[in-house]
Design a protein around this ligand. Sequence first.
Ligand code: 83H
Length: 285
Amino acid sequence: MESGSKEAEVNNLEKQWSLDDFEIGKPLGKGKFGRVYLAREVKSKYVVALKVIFKEQIEKYRIHHQLRREMEIQTKLHHPNILRLYGWFHDSERIFLILEYAHGGELYGLLKKNGHLNEKQAATYIASLTQALAYCHGKCVIHRDIKPENLLLDHEGRLKIADFGWSVQSSSKRKTMCGTLDYLAPEMVENRDHDYAVDNWTLGVLCYEFLYGNPPFEAESQKDTFKRIVRVDLSFPLTPYVSAEAKNLISQLLMKDPSKRLSLQKIMQHPWIVKNADPKGMCSK
Ligand code: 83H
């Protein structure tokens, strides 16, 4: 059976899945609330990532709402750069999420291994992210938690956004405190109203981290990171060498005033993206 129709079987939203439908393989990762295992649906042999979350943890950390939102949002998002959630099921102690398997693993791993990415790789990932976020924003979804740990790579090196745990369906403006500080926009760390432009800020942070190997407002303590974000204390080290065009894009995304940040559409038209991003979204080198 070819893989497209295998996916169709696993993607059957009506089916009542159970653990008996899967052969469990090696562990792939460990998160705050659970583990992810390589797994294969027995009938179709389709390979997936099975995320296991203990109900006890959900109660302890009171994350029912967050998990429900993550599941609702991720099931209806269908984009080549967004990891698919095919379905879910539960037993007495655990909840299982049937997720798309990303053969390439975490982008974080690649970044740590190489120290930083080259401009072609970085621009290709930023362009993929921008297109995925434009799709999300079009469906009134703000991700709010994009960081290298939440970015996976498929077998062709294409980027997939995973983990919608902190995303929200925007009705109007929101006020919520969440996430690792490093990637958060000033209006979020200061707990002011925020909207779609928080994701545009994060693109600036990621672009910086892809090229320099560390996020721009990194500091010894949370308090110092907070201060640096609020002041937009941005500086560009001399090494590694990064082009003026890349720095121009980063500076236009890391603007304190959300309304001044470059729009997703303008990111795609930025000279650095046009010149460096691979339109097929593939990064072999
Ligand atoms: C992988 C992962 C990890 C992390 C996925 C993960 C994946 C997840 C989340 C989801 O060496 C590897 N590692 C490190 C153990 C390889 C490259 C095999 C790999 C692939 C690794 N895929 C867990 C939700 N989908 N895919």
